[in-house]
Design a protein around this ligand. Structure first.
Ligand code: ZN
Length: 463
């Protein structure tokens, strides 16, 4: 078991370049010591603002990143830059090809630049980039710019690491927008048309506007379209302002919390997938099962599906160890809260305050559900008084139809997706087939009252 080098750790935390470089190399090389190191660094990270920039090659990303870094430097921020190139087999901190220009910036104290490449990594590029972000963040970088080279699936995954994603477009690449995969267009929070001094800029803008008018914005953010000429610095100030505006928006609306949850969920699944696979393969190689099964395929004695089933059966024995029935997805249900529709909080709150003997624990407005909520905590559960904020609020409609009173019962479940799957196949009418994000960033889903004795049920995943 490797031991943690405390001197090395302190140097990284102090922002020592050479130590940062060594740490990122250790992560890239999947050095076992890196796992220990990340364990120490992780609690000290989570403060940096991570900005992802992606777009076609030739869109001028490197120049834009360089100029952005300068802007943030002028604000006194420490900046980390990760230039990620999934197509390049080289890495190890080398500054690649057109990044030579960035070398001047890399001399600047307070700016750290690093190139990263796939090198055929099994887990893909995103996990290594994530770890590099953790290192830079813990080392005191307040702004981390992740620049990706192309616009493929790898880039989308890398872009998902960022708190804010910028898609760079450029005039004169023909039907460029159409060639972006839908996933790439959808991840962007900001669109930048760079090199707007070139002919065709207007057309690109029209195309993005048209595309955005079709897109459904789930969290209320309207992605702006900015125009820059990175080489002269034109439009850079507006871009920085737009990034600030997005930052403020995501802090306020709970978007950043939701994104972080989604982010860590997929990161955890990636890591699980990678680790389980590696351990399984190592086991198969060790006991020779893989070779034996390959021989069966070569001789056509077995088909590949059969072989996969057999290998999985060998890895996960269905004998005594796993004979314990898996718990029902709704086992351990608890009452989370009872929602009561009221005509006005102003008159209902004092009544409940008298009944309960204390003031509401919290009052808030949930904009997307058009409701104002006053909560009274009672033991492990809660009474929620709900007032509609407009006539088309579900609460106002409920009152119009049935009058004020008990509106819904909310229950917590350990496994929401599992519960929905089970209830759906049992014939319960689901309002939400998939979990969605509700207040406080919790994953929730509603069940239709028609199949549960007239009671609207809200399921909340235990966090
Ligand atoms: Zn509720």
């Amino acid at each position: 078991m490797p031991e943690i080098d405390h001197v090395f750790l302190e140097k990284i935390l102090a922002g020592d370049r050479r130590s940062i470089a060594q740490a990122i190399s250790a992560v890239e090389n999947r050095d076992p010591a890196a796992v220990l190191l990340l364990r120490e660094l992780f609690p000290k990270s989570g403060r940096a603002c991570v900005i992802g920039l992606t777009g076609s090659p030739g869109a001028g990303k490197s120049t834009l990143v360089e100029k952005l870094a300068e802007k943030y430097r002028r604000r006194g921020k420490r900046v980390g830059i990760l230039a990620v190139d999934p197509t390049s087999p080289y890495s190890g901190g080398a500054i690649l090809g057109d990044r030579v220009r960035m070398q001047s910036l890399s001399q600047h104290p307070g700016v750290y630049i690093r190139s990263m490449a796939t090198r055929g990594q099994m887990g893909g590029l995103a996990p290594a980039t994530q770890d590099a972000v953790t290192i830079l963040d813990a080392a005191g970088c307040e702004v981390i710019l992740i620049e990706t080279v192309g616009v493929g699936q790898d880039e989308v995954e890398v872009a998902r690491l960022a708190d804010v994603t910028v898609l760079l477009l450029v005039p004169g690449l023909g039907d460029d927008i159409q060639t972006f995969k839908a996933g790439v267009m959808e991840i962007a929070d900001l669109y930048v048309i760079n090199k707007v001094d070139r002919p065709g800029a207007e057309r690109v803008e029209q195309e993005v506007t048209a595309m955005l008018s079709l897109a459904t914005c789930s969290d209320g953010w309207q992605p702006p379209i900015l125009k820059t000429v990175a080489t002269t610095g034109q439009g850079l100030e507006e871009l920085v302002k737009a990034l600030d505006a997005f930052h403020d928006f995501s802090q306020k609306g709970g978007v950043s919390g939701r994104r972080r949850k989604d982010h860590w969920r997929s990161r955890l699944l990636d890591l699980l997938r990678q680790t389980l696979f590696e351990r399984a393969v190592a086991g198969l190689l060790e006991n020779g099962l893989l070779d034996r099964q390959v021989a069966e395929l070569v001789s056509h004695h077995k088909d590949p599906h059969q072989v996969v089933d057999e290998i999985i059966a060998a890895l996960i024995p269905s004998g005594e160890g796993s004979s314990v029935a898996s718990p029902s997805p709704t086992a351990g249900l608890k009452i989370h809260h009872l929602g009561i529709a009221v005509e006005s909080l102003g008159s209902a709150v004092p009544i409940f305050q008298k009944l309960i003997g204390k003031a509401p624990t919290a009052e808030e407005t949930v904009v997307e559900q058009k409701v104002r909520v006053a909560s009274f905590h009672l033991g492990d559960s809660c009474l929620e008084l709900l007032e509609g904020t407009s006539e088309d609020s579900p609460i106002s409609r409920f009152i119009a139809k049935r009058g004020p009173g008990i509106h819904h019962l909310a229950l917590t479940v350990p496994d929401l997706a599992g519960a929905l799957c089970m209830l759906g196949s049992d014939g319960v009418r689901l309002i939400d087939r998939e979990p969605r994000v509700g207040a406080d960033n919790q994953r929730i889903a509603f069940l239709h009252p028609s199949s549960i004795a007239g009671v609207l049920i809200e399921l909340i995943e235990e966090s």
